[in-house]
Design a binder for this molecule. Sequence first.
Ligand SMILES: Cc1cc2nc3c(=O)[nH]c(=O)nc-3n(C[C@H](O)[C@H](O)[C@H](O)COP(=O)(O)O)c2cc1C
Length: 219
Amino acid sequence: MEPVNVFDYEALAQARMETAAWGFYHGGSDDEVTLRANRTAFERIRLRPRMLVDVTTCDIRTTVLGTSVNMPILVAPTAMHCLAHPEGECATARGVGRASTLMIASTVSTRTMEDIAQAASGPLWFQLYVFGGIRTSEMLVRRAEAAGYRAIVLTVDLARIGNRERDIRNNFNLPHIYEKQILLAKNCLRSRRRHLPSHGIRWHGCAQSHHCPYWSKAF
Ligand SMILES: Cc1cc2nc3c(=O)[nH]c(=O)nc-3n(C[C@H](O)[C@H](O)[C@H](O)COP(=O)(O)O)c2cc1C
């Protein structure tokens, strides 16, 4: 099947991926009520057609916080691209560069932030989870800066990971080989042991809210 839209790509991915990895990409928390609500929210967005205007050349370039992009579509931070393809985030970065838009690399990338930066030909931002200690975060930010990332996207809504029932059912765990590539495996794994419930991918849930005053000052 030749993919025609993003849902077609989804079906192709499902057919090729391990069930547990697919469950992580595709699933949400608990009964996935919010996941469905998010989809429905997108369906409520309407494009307002304007008639009798010159459409010989259409230009959808724009800027996001001062960064120029070819279209108003960015790649949101998403964890563990290597579950889908061995080149993982590096391949994503190449594709994003070709599309002349912007990628936000996740803290939970399965390629190092330096590798991703090397593969990228467009602007990169770095998404930061604040793991247990502020020193770890500071070190990640400095690494990102040195590798050429232009902004930090601070995730503040994940003091605890959701109760991802698909991951529990699928006994989803990152294969060891990828754990090693995660940006800061040692610290991620330490936090996941310390903070989190006993299932699947746990390292997202890290103490962060108590660092808010620090961050607001630092930024
Ligand atoms: C498979 C998957 C992995 C994600 N991983 C991360 C992540 O590592 N860091 C993060 O800040 N957000 C992560 N997110 C959240 C997304 O960046 C985004 O905020 C969320 O999908 C909502 O985006 P939307 O409003 O465009 O649907 C992830 C989302 C999905 C579906």
